[in-house]
Ligand binder design. Structure first.
Ligand code: CP
Length: 319
């Protein structure tokens, strides 16, 4: 694996290898000294042209826990604000000797373009409305742990896999890179994805994604093993996608009433940031079966695994 740009680039053995190594990486999180020597001497540049809390911080932590030198560059404080192009910016940072770039950009395809310009490894940390592959990997990791807990009473036992598991992804699918990466990843892992959204928030061509598509959330919830709520991306909307937020919540929000109708073994996911009271009620966000903070923890472990696969594995180094 040279870059991680899209879940479509992964095969089943690569996905399972990434998820299995993340299990070992997560053990570092509970140690008093959170440090492995695997990436000593390697330099990782996180370059974010869009805001982020979870992805940027977890990549930085992941790099540090693997002993890499991690540098954060944001568009606001860089020469991008003086008009420097993306290509010149990336070639400049590449010339300084970066080993890997973790890039978030508002343009779909930006990470792929960068991979064509630079010598370093490139990880797509979200490109416009296209993909967010490490989010889908951490979602899969979190779901796998949940399924194992349901089956074995502990997440430490063997996982049960995704076959026969129904994963409802609900909300603003039109603007979501998370849904695209999750659908691609579940094609590999075998989960049964059902997409729920108002017709105005469905992406063009969604009928070719190989998933059931509906606008009837109440019909889907009783059979869902995972309910993944997606954020209403107000910043990408000019308006007119639904009448009011209150009406959106009535039809597509995970309200306390809907929470009560879930299967006893079902769990709730949300990639964050959440609009509490819009797509997800506080009762659902903070419920005992909410995996929202498990997803955040998994983000560090999965990103450690991705960095290890790209940087350490190429040298046959041991963590
Ligand atoms: N889920 C996610 O990508 O969150 P951030 O925008 O905070 O990184």
């Amino acid at each position: 694996m040279r870059h991680l740009l899209s879940c479509a680039d992964l095969d089943e053995s690569e996905v399972l290898s990434l998820l299995d190594l993340a299990v070992e990486m997560q053990q570092v999180q509970s140690r008093p000294v959170k440090k492995l020597p695997a990436l000593r001497g390697r330099t990782i540049v996180n370059i974010f042209f869009e805001d982020s809390t979870r992805t940027r911080t977890s990549f930085e932590i992941a790099g540090k826990w693997l002993s890499a030198d991690t540098i954060n560059v944001s568009a606001k404080g860089s020469s991008v604000s003086k008009g420097e192009s993306l290509r010149d910016t990336m070639l400049t940072l590449d010339a300084m000797g970066a080993d890997a770039f973790v890039i978030r950009h508002s343009s779909s395809g930006a990470a792929s373009q960068v991979a064509g310009w630079v010598r370093a490894h490139v990880i797509n940390a979200g490109d416009g409305q296209h993909e967010h592959p490490t989010q889908a990997l951490l979602d899969a990791y979190t779901m796998r742990q949940h399924f194992a807990r349901v089956a074995n009473g502990t997440s430490k036992g063997p996982g049960t896999g995704f076959a026969g598991k129904r994963i409802a992804i609900v909300g603003d699918l039109l603007h979501s890179r998370v849904v695209r990466s999750n659908v691609l990843l579940q094609r590999i892992l075998g989960g049964d994805v059902v997409l729920v959204a108002p017709p105005t928030l469905l992406p063009t061509g969604v009928e070719d994604w190989g998933c059931e598509v509906t606008d009837d959330l109440d019909a889907v919830l009783p059979s869902a093993d995972i309910v993944m709520m997606l954020r209403v991306q107000r910043e990408r909307m000019a308006g007119g996608f639904f009448p009011t937020e209150r009406e959106y919540t009535e039809s597509f929000g995970l309200t306390p009433g809907r929470l009560a109708g879930l299967k006893p073994t079902a769990a709730i996911c949300h990639p964050g940031p959440m609009n509490r009271g819009v797509e997800i009620s506080p009762a659902a966000a903070d419920a005992a079966n909410s995996l929202v903070l498990d997803q955040v923890s998994a983000g560090v472990a999965v990103r450690m695994s991705v960095l290890y696969h790209l940087l350490a594995a190429e040298e046959g180094a041991q963590g």
